[in-house]
Design a protein around this ligand. Structure first.
Ligand code: NAD
Length: 354
């Protein structure tokens, strides 16, 4: 197949890790006879420096025309002034909005050899393989709000959803569950919130279209507890924007290191933005020691969801598992007796395994 992939490394270690993601995608193309064309663009701090804009029109335009986007991270001390009008994160938010990406997928998988990296007892982690599907463009973060003022000591935010907004994210979750263990846990607060009662009613309505997928409902407080108590019972979790924000961070601790977790942001079409969940890690940027596996696993998601290349995606995931099993570790996941491995070397090892 032929595909155009836009790469936007961004700032800090984004540059180091996206380079390895591209290397792996090139190895996939070579092995399976595909032609991937890569177009590199700016976002975040480096785009502010070069063009005065965290999301230059040329970047957004290229992303809109592309089959998929592989992103690194944005931000760093140089652009940290909270009073600045132009900030690196505006690039990310603008990109999500510009591509209408309403579904954020964060898989959490435990590599058996990295069980000790999690703060949870290792036996709790057996069999953990879940994906959180977070609604990304609605809910509490986007409803009408009022700030407190010196004259008015009150403030509010509003959780607003339309049935259609819930329908489309629910469908994403059920479609995904079909590719996995066929179970959806819909997380809400339907005992208290009207928006959650709508959410629950619509999810039930969509579930009827997927009789092969099991649906369960869980209140968000209870979900937070069960994620720690019995994480292996979850397959696909679908939830509101802020609930998802909180639960995905909680769930990421199951895997131990930020350097291992991938994500995809998807909309209606096939195009999507794939990126590691970590930031630009200025403390280790340019040192060649960042863990590129989250980005490489994001590239595997890109192959699966945007390009429909399931076999290739699985091959990348297996190569990552093999390299970890063989004892290769970047510094963030290094333990005594394993082999300390640099960023580029890690990328090359994945390519060799492929
Ligand atoms: P961070 O994720 O960049 O780093 C947190 C810690 O984890 C650091 O010690 C870092 O060295 C380590 N780490 C992160 N990724 C790693 C990897 N791949 N390999 C090895 N170690 C890794 O979060 P932070 O320090 O809070 O933020 C740094 C900058 O990144 C800030 O400017 C922040 O705004 C930005 N940020 C960007 C994104 C994004 O682009 N999506 C997300 C979070 C933070």
């Amino acid at each position: 197949m032929q595909a155009t992939i836009v790469t936007i490394p961004g700032d800090g270690i984004g540059v180091d890790v996206v380079a390895e993601g591209v290397k792996v995608l090139q190895a996939v193309a070579q092995k399976y006879g595909h032609t991937f064309t890569f177009e590199n663009h700016l976002i975040g701090g480096c785009a502010i420096d070069a063009m005065g804009d965290p999301l230059p029109a040329s970047t957004l335009d290229a992303c809109q025309r592309a089959d998929a986007v592989l992103l690194g991270a944005v931000g760093g001390p140089k652009w940290d002034d909270p009073t600045a009008k132009v900030r690196p994160e505006q690039g990310l938010l603008g990109l999500r909005k510009g591509l209408a990406l309403y579904a954020n997928l964060r898989p959490v998988q435990i590599f058996p050899q990295l069980r000790d990296a999690s703060p949870l007892r290792p036996e709790r982690l057996d069999g953990v393989d879940l994906v959180v599907v977070r609604e990304l463009t609605g809910g509490l973060y986007f409803g009408p709000r009022k700030e407190a003022t010196p004259d008015d000591d009150s403030a509010y935010d509003t959780m607003v959803y339309s049935g259609d907004e819930v329908r489309r994210i629910a469908r994403k979750a059920f479609e995904l569950a079909r590719l996995r263990r066929k179970k959806v846990t819909s997380v809400d607060k339907a005992n208290v919130l009207a928006a959650s009662r709508l959410w629950r009613r619509v999810v039930v309505e969509i579930a009827a279209e997927y009789p092969d997928v099991t649906l369960e409902h869980m209140l968000v407080d209870s979900a937070a507890m069960h994620l720690m108590r019995r994480p292996a019972d979850f397959d696909v979790i679908v939830t509101e924007n802020m609930f998802g924000d909180i639960l995905t961070d909680e769930a990421s601790m199951l895997a131990g290191s930020m350097g291992m977790l991938a994500s995809a942001s998807l909309g209606e079409g096939k195009n999507g933005v794939y990126e590691p969940i970590h930031g630009s890690a200025p403390d280790i940027a340019g040192k060649g020691i960042a863990n590129p596996l989250a980005t490489i696993l994001s590239a595997a998601m890109l192959l699966r969801y945007s390009l429909g290349l399931n076999e290739e995606a699985a091959a990348v995931e297996k190569a990552v598992a093999d390299v970890v099993a063989a004892g290769y570790r970047t510094r963030d996941i290094y333990t005594d007796g394993t082999k300390l491995t640099h960023t580029k070397e890690m990328g090359s090892l994945i390519c060799q395994r492929l």
